[in-house]
Design a protein around this ligand. Structure first.
Ligand SMILES: Cc1ncc(COP(=O)(O)O)c(C=O)c1O
Length: 461
């Protein structure tokens, strides 16, 4: 069903005007036109238990009847306290305290400030530098865009990016950047040595911390690091007294099949500070959180004893009630196990459909990667078979995303992911809800495969 343009007073962030959703239940969304969509990406890896879960809806309604808002400079509230207690008690000792935010970018801003506050209060005022990675994404505010390095997203603002305090090393993206002669261990050692060299270049005692997405999401499209990478990077931080910081806004809170992505995809190495957001509130409310280790809390306790950072909606009772209910549903319905099971099934089906011997997409399906409920399918058109294709200047991933949406499947396309300049590469992201069924998993692969084939067929010359 083609979506027709309509008048709008919103300045949308897409070159097209998005259709209007009027209702949603589970993994399905209904549009104003009456069309029903299967959501294979949870918005942006957000709706981790689908929409309209009765337990969460009830918790929200109950909270509105109790306390809808208090300001955390004056009063705390029950769901915020309970949610913080759950986040610390479920971390196996990794985290001792929590600070709330309204989303991922705000959480990462909080992380940046908390890390600096820690050294400010522990008497290391000379620590002013952050090291993050190329082809990363940490949010859309000026500081988080400066911290990350995504060429297209920062391009219009390059002139106002802070290049003095934010520095970048190579991504950990073996499929694209590991040299053919290198083993995985050699590659990890090269990246470790590069980080250490950056510390030395900046002055090791000037570095606040190294910041990375445990599994890269919204820049290169679901890229887990090679085995041993996070252990090696943390060892450099420890050697020089800097903080090891993870951004799990997209990959955390169960998305990879474990509560924290570092438990399964980060060598089991806990960070000093971590940001979470999307899967925390599951889309029922705007919320993010900064998770703080004992090291941080001990440092602050010896000084101010508080987090010098706040926003009007920090610890909002409705957001916290929603997030608390989402987390309780994940636990009570054992959804992380289902997420892992369906994830493995999704990978098997995707591999057969896209890379099978008779699949038209096989020569162009460069990589199928991920885990749990987070998958990236990268396409590449450098092979000889691509000579018969002409996308007429359009990006393959964007064409597939548009075709899928028109035919009832929501997926997410990203381009410019395969080189440091951000000029090459097409990837599709899938992030179904943790409570997706096997039948829905099959439907996703069928509909997605059909869109890939249809776009290839339509551009065959
Ligand atoms: C790793 C990471 N950090 C931060 C953000 C920003 O989160 P938000 O869009 O909620 O501000 C995102 C969003 O995709 C993300 O993937």
């Amino acid at each position: 069903m083609a979506h027709t343009p309509r008048p709008t007073a919103i300045l949308h962030r897409t070159p097209w005007i998005p259709p209007i959703a009027v209702s949603a239940e589970g993994s399905y969304i209904e549009l104003e036109s009456g069309q029903k969509l299967l959501d294979a990406i949870g918005g942006a890896a957000v709706t981790c238990i689908g929409s309209a879960h009765p337990v969460v809806n009830k918790a929200l309604k109950d909270q509105i009847d109790r306390v809808s808002y208090v300001y955390n400079m004056q009063l705390s509230n029950e769901p915020a306290e309970e949610l913080a207690a759950l986040l610390t008690s479920s971390s196996n000792g990794a985290f001792e305290s929590v600070g709330f935010a309204s989303g991922g970018s705000e959480a990462m801003e909080g992380v940046i400030k908390l890390a600096r506050q820690y050294f400010h209060e522990t008497g290391q005022l000379q620590r002013t530098n952050f090291i993050a990675r190329q082809l990363s994404f940490h949010g859309n505010t000026v500081a988080t865009l400066s911290l990350a390095y995504h060429p297209a997203r920062r391009a219009p603002y390059a002139a106002i990016m802070d290049d003095e305090h934010f520095h970048h090393v190579s991504p950990a993206y073996a499929k694209r950047f590991k040299r053919p002669e290198e083993s995985e261990a050699d590659y990890v050692e090269r990246l470790r040595a590069e980080l250490e060299a950056k510390f030395v270049e900046l002055g090791p005692d000037t570095v606040i911390g190294f910041v990375a997405e445990t599994v890269v999401g919204a820049s290169t499209g679901v890229v887990p690091a090679p085995k041993g990478y996070f252990k090696a990077m943390k060892s450099v931080c420890e050697k020089y007294g800097a903080l090891f910081i993870l951004d799990e806004v997209m990959s955390g809170m169960g998305r990879m099949g474990t509560l924290h992505a570092w438990e399964s995809f980060g060598d089991g190495v806990a960070p000093d500070i971590q940001a979470v957001a999307k899967g925390l509130g599951g889309g029922y409310a705007s919320i993010g959180a900064v998770l703080m280790s004992k090291r941080i809390i001990d440092g602050l306790r010896g000084a101010s004893g508080l987090w010098k950072h706040g926003h009007t909606y920090q610890g909002n009772p409705l957001s916290c009630a929603a997030a608390l209910a989402v987390q309780k549903v994940i636990i009570s319905e054992n959804l992380l196990e289902n997420c892992r099971i369906q994830g493995a099934y999704l990978e098997k089906l995707l591999t057969a459909r896209l890379q099978g011997p008779n699949s038209p997409s096989a020569p162009f399906t460069f990589d199928i990667r991920g885990g749990g409920g987070f998958w990236g399918i990268e396409f590449d058109f450098d092979c000889p078979e691509a000579a018969s294709l002409d996308f007429k200047g359009q990006k393959f991933a964007m064409l597939v995303q548009a075709h899928a949406l028109e035919h009832g499947l929501v997926i997410m396309a990203m381009t410019g992911i395969a080189n440091l300049e951000g000029t090459k590469g097409d990837v599709i992201l899938l992030a179904p809800a943790y409570n997706i069924t096997a039948e829905q998993t099959e439907k996703i692969v069928e509909m997605f495969g059909n869109s890939v084939d249809a776009v290839l067929h339509a551009h065959n010359i």
